[in-house]
Unconditional design. Sequence first.
Length: 484
Amino acid sequence: MFNEVKGLNEECGLFGVWGSPNAAQLTYDGLHSLQHRGQEGAGIVSNDQGTFHRHRGLGLLGEVFSRDPEALHQLTGDAAIGHVRYATAGNHGVENIQPMQFEHPEVGEFALAHNGNLTNANQIRQELLAKGVTFQATSDSELLGELIQTSNEPSFAGQLIAALNHVHGGFAYLLMTPNAMIAALDPNGFRPLVIGELPDGGTVICSETCALDQVGASFVRDVEPGEIIIVNNDGMSIQHFTTDTHLAICSMEYIYFARPDSIIRGISVHDARKRMGAKVAQEHPVKADVVIGVPNSSLSAAIGYAQASGIHYDMGMIKNQYVARTFIEPTQAKRDRGVSMKLSVVKSVVAGKDVVLVDDSIVRGTTSKYIVRLLKRAGAKSVHVRIASPVLKFPCYYGIDIQTTKELIGANNTVDEIRDLIEADSLAYLSVDGLVESIGALNDSANHGLCTAYFDGNYPTPLYDYQAGFDAEVTRLGLYEGAN
Ligand SMILES: O=P(O)(O)OC[C@H]1O[C@H](OP(=O)(O)OP(=O)(O)O)[C@H](O)[C@@H]1O
Ligand SMILES: NC(=O)CC[C@H](N)C(=O)O
Ligand SMILES: [Mg+2]
């Protein structure tokens, strides 16, 4: 597959429209603003008075549709759903590119798109295999469709509710039948999902508010954990597949994944990142001449660090806008080359200076190590690295593709060891409490409505398929005994 070399890989983006002409074009535009959530493949299914049309392919949205210039025009109808993918389960083939389509005896056909990762996918796959199901793909996303197909419930609505109660883990789903667009969010609400209204009265449901802005839709509300939202020609209705819900939205959405111009559950992502930067300045002050950020995702946190510390902010690094899209077999040599083609230093900003370098996260350490060297080569007197999130130590099983600790520098080294590995003069991270305070409490539960499992190992759900592997890793690393 072809992809930009990135430290952290995004998840997936969902966008759907009901009741607006040119629904496929709107979906294309919306997905374009969600491209940061997935770059492996993209697809759109339109609904023209009950007849579905689909186009999907590997690569960026623009590539998928420019390979076949007629494709978008053929997606006729006033409803559509679309998806941009970054794989967390299954292979990278086109059969896993969404939306997926299914035949159904009651509704005719339906299409399905999924953001997240199921924790009991293996178990469900075995159950379905035992029932004689043959699969169209290898990812976990298809499973909801197959559960609907094989359910004993008499109606599509009942089948969907039963299926949603059978899958576990992270899931924001967008489905479309000939008569309705349907959204559902897992009981922890790990992934963001919002509803908007178009000026012509059409309804949009999508992953982030930046996509609402893109198509001129106004924000209506967030989809709540456990909800099923049904949009049809009579309007919108809300049901619940469960009321046993515990909000635990992924804190990495605020730290890194979401676009800074998005608002997640009432909190501006940019403002939350600025507060994270300010908080790490307060927790780990350092005397320096200039604060710089690592484009793109840490710039908000760097601004926050500068404002709180009183040290002036400057543009010390540039990101090449035409980043080489490198063939990834994810080897370290390729990652190193990818980072070097992506980032460069503005020498006049850092030469002869004590520099605070703010980044939002360290995954393998490739980026920090490269940049510290680059800054020193450009004449920086000292480089103090400040990370606007806590040490990334634990895997994510709900939609980020960090499913093992092996490559996480923070799981395998102490902070002092990481400082030496990246050759920084000092290194410090935001605390977990500081992170939660910076984002702001979403509710009054013990976890304040956030999932911080990647930092503290507190998973809000059972891990099912992943439990044994997780236990083995914890034992191997002695993680709970405190690596840091
Ligand atoms: O320790 P590493 O393995 O290098 O990963 C960490 C880096 O990856 C992410 O950025 P990314 O390269 O994805 O680019 P972006 O900030 O432009 O999104 C993150 O913001 C860090 O900069
Ligand atoms: N990142 C995601 O949300 C991925 C969705 C799904 N698990 C897949 O692998 O395709
Ligand atoms: Mg970055």
